[in-house]
Design a protein around this ligand. Structure first.
Ligand SMILES: Nc1ncnc2c1ncn2[C@@H]1O[C@H](COP(=O)(O)OP(=O)(O)OP(=O)(O)O)[C@@H](O)[C@H]1O
Ligand SMILES: [Mg+2]
Length: 272
C-alpha cells in the first residue's frame, strides 16, 4: 500500500499568535507537491509543524502518517517514521562532524528500534555510500570531516541538506527553499539531484519562490498558501502562473486571507 501523509484542519500557533488557520493537504508517495505563497504566509511554519518543532504549537487538527496521528511524536520519532525536512536556514552544530552526524542519523532511520549505544551501520558501507552521494552532489570529500554547517557558505549548506535527503531516503521530504542562495549551476544540480533521489519515489513537498528547482521535478499539485490557509490548489500550470505573474490575482481573489497575511507581515516588521 502507498504511504500517505495527510494534514487535516491544522491550526498552529507560535506563542499566542495563530499562524496556520486550518490547513488541509494530502500527499501520497511518488507525488511532488509545490507549496508556494508570499513571504510570511506560513510555508516554513507548516514544514516545521509537520516535523514537530517544539515552538510550533498545534492547537487543532491532525497530521496523519498512514492513518496514525503523529502529533504526539518527538521530531526524532517522526524522522524514524520517514519524515524529513531540509531547512530554509540550517543551523550549525560546532563540534559534530558531518560524517558522524549522518552515520548516526542514517543508522537510526534505517533501524528505528535502535537504542543509543547500539551498533552503527558499518563504516565501510557508510563511507561508500556517503562518498557516492557527495560525488553526485559535487561536494568536496573534506565536507564530511567538517562540523555540521559550521562556516558553510549558503550554497554549501543547501547541498548538505540534499546530502541528508540522499542518505536518509525518507518517505516524505519537505524541502524549504533548498534553492535559496544557490548560483545558477548549483540550482540546476540541486534540481537534478532531487529528481534522482526522490522524484516519483518519495512524497516531495517543495517550497520555492523560483521555477528552477521544479524544472526537473514538475509538481503533480501546486498549493498556494496565504495568511495561513491553502487558498488554491492546482497542477504545475498554477506554479507557472505564479512564477510569471506573482500573487496579485491570488490576493484579489482571496482578500480575507490577503488581509491576514499583510497584518502578520506588518507585525513582524514592527518587531524588527
Ligand atoms: N518564532 C516565531 N515567532 C514569532 N513569529 C513567527 C515565528 N516564526 C514565524 N513567525 C511568523 O509567522 C508567519 C509565517 O512565517 P513563515 O516563516 O512560516 O513564512 P514563510 O511562508 O515561510 O515565508 P518566507 O517565504 O519568507 O520564508 C510570519 O508572519 C512570521 O513572522
Ligand atoms: Mg519560509
Amino acid at each position: 500500500m502507498s504511504d500517505v501523509l495527510k494534514i487535516v484542519d491544522l491550526h498552529v500557533s507560535i506563542g499566542d499568535k495563530e499562524i496556520l488557520r486550518g490547513v488541509n493537504l494530502s500527499m501520497t508517495e511518488g507525488e511532488t507537491h509545490a507549496l508556494m505563497g508570499p513571504n510570511g504566509s506560513g510555508k516554513s511554519t507548516l514544514g516545521l509543524a509537520i516535523m514537530g518543532h517544539p515552538n510550533y504549537n498545534c492547537t487543532q487538527g491532525e497530521i496523519l502518517l498512514n492513518g496514525e496521528n503523529i502529533l504526539e511524536l518527538e521530531p526524532n520519532e517522526r524522522a524514524r517514521a520517514g519524515i524529513f525536512m531540509a531547512f530554509q536556514r540550517p543551523v550549525a552544530i560546532p563540534g559534530v562532524k558531518m560524517a558522524d552526524f549522518l552515520r548516526h542519523a542514517t543508522t537510526n532511520v534505517r533501524n528505528p528500534e535502535r537504542k543509543e549505544g547500539e551498533d552503527l551501520i558499518p563504516m565501510r558501507e557508510f563511507r561508500k555510500e556517503i562518498k557516492a552521494n557527495m560525488e553526485q552532489l559535487q561536494m568536496d570529500s573534506e565536507f564530511a570531516r567538517r562540523y555540521v554547517n559550521d562556516g558553510f557558505s549558503g550554497g554549501e549548506m543547501k547541498r548538505a541538506e540534499i546530502l541528508q535527503l540522499a542518505m536518509l531516503q525518507p518517505k516524505f521530504a519537505i524541502l524549504d527553499e533548498t534553492d535559496s542562495g544557490l548560483d545558477a549551476d548549483a540550482v540546476r544540480l540541486a534540481s537534478q539531484s532531487i529528481n534522482e533521489i526522490g522524484h516519483n519515489k518519495m512524497g516531495l513537498l517543495i517550497i520555492t519562490h523560483h521555477d528552477k528547482l521544479l524544472e526537473h521535478n514538475p509538481p503533480n499539485f501546486t498549493h498556494v498558501i496565504l495568511g495561513g490557509r491553502i487558498v488554491e490548489t492546482g497542477g504545475k500550470e498554477l506554479a507557472e502562473e505564479l512564477h510569471a505573474h506573482g500573487y496579485d490575482r491570488i490576493r484579489k481573489q482571496y482578500p480575507e486571507a490577503a488581509k491576514v497575511n499583510d497584518e502578520s507581515e506588518a507585525e513582524a516588521e514592527a518587531v524588527v
